[in-house]
Design a protein around this ligand. Structure first.
Ligand SMILES: O=C(O)CCC(=O)C(=O)O
Length: 253
């Protein structure tokens, strides 16, 4: 298993590859043992490892998420597949679903596909959508174990988001559902296209920064962040391929 799923390669990136607000309370330092940046912000902390997973594992993960009984994974524009047709695809490893949200009495598809994997009984509700857990599989369990090594946290669930192209997005929000506990540690793993992860202060939207989350990267949010900071993944029209984000969480109760 080691050659396929190998982690913590020595990281050539030692300077934070994005800019933090140039005001008091924001700074970062390189953590050699964990091969990533610790980022301090007012009322919060992040850990960012741009190359947490090797290219080989990251490429394999994308394949793993997409393997299915109908389509060659690189020869299809996934955004072209309508919801009805999508339901008929049997994905080999991940049970992707298209959820819908009600807006002004109209049913709208969520602008991304999702899947929820968790320990038995750990359902999750967000935006009025209740997700029952799928049982862990080998690939997700492997990814979870790798990030647990650097977080000292045991996660019992993961929310997977599939952004089929730059038209898919995620609005401003905080991960503050009560079942996540008061100050949740949330570990976000990224594969596929780089997408901007924007962070802004809840009370001062000008206080913001953007983390470009690339193939194989890991970003962890700690502490009080979900009380003071919102995050979003905006549309990026020039991006034509898929990006996968996995946020590992601990559900209580
Ligand atoms: O796709 C991302 O990077 C963010 C995902 C996220 O914020 C969420 O699932 O709540």
């Amino acid at each position: 298993m080691n050659d396929l799923f190998d982690t913590l390669i020595d990281n050539p990136i030692r300077e934070l590859p994005f800019t933090l607000p140039q005001v008091t309370g924001f700074f970062s330092e390189w953590d050699q043992s964990r091969q990533g940046f610790i980022i301090y912000i007012p009322n919060g902390m992040l850990f960012y490892a741009p190359l947490f997973f090797s290219k080989k594992i990251s490429d394999r993960s994308v394949e793993y998420f997409l393997e299915n009984d109908i389509y060659e994974i690189n020869q299809i524009d996934w955004s072209e597949i309508q919801s009805e047709a999508f339901k008929n695809i049997k994905f080999k490893n991940i049970l992707w679903k298209q959820d819908f949200i009600n807006l002004y009495g109209k049913k709208n598809p969520l602008p991304r596909l999702t899947s929820w994997y968790a320990d038995e009984g750990k359902a999750y509700k967000y935006s009025g959508i209740l997700s029952q857990p799928n049982p862990w599989n080998k690939g997700l369990r492997y990814i979870k174990q790798q990030i647990e090594k650097v977080t000292d946290t045991q996660f019992n669930s993961v929310l997977m988001n599939w952004y089929r192209n730059g038209e898919d997005y995620l609005n401003w929000h905080t991960d503050d559902e009560p079942e996540l506990g008061r100050n949740p540690t949330i570990a976000s793993v990224n594969f596929g296209e780089t997408r901007d992860f924007q962070v802004r202060h809840k009370d001062d939207h000008q206080l913001k920064f953007t983390v470009p989350l690339q193939h194989g990267s890991l970003l962890i949010m700690f502490g009080e962040m979900q009380h003071f900071w919102e995050h979003a993944v905006p549309k990026r029209k020039k991006i034509h391929a898929s990006r996968f984000n996995l946020t590992f969480r601990t559900i209580y109760g």
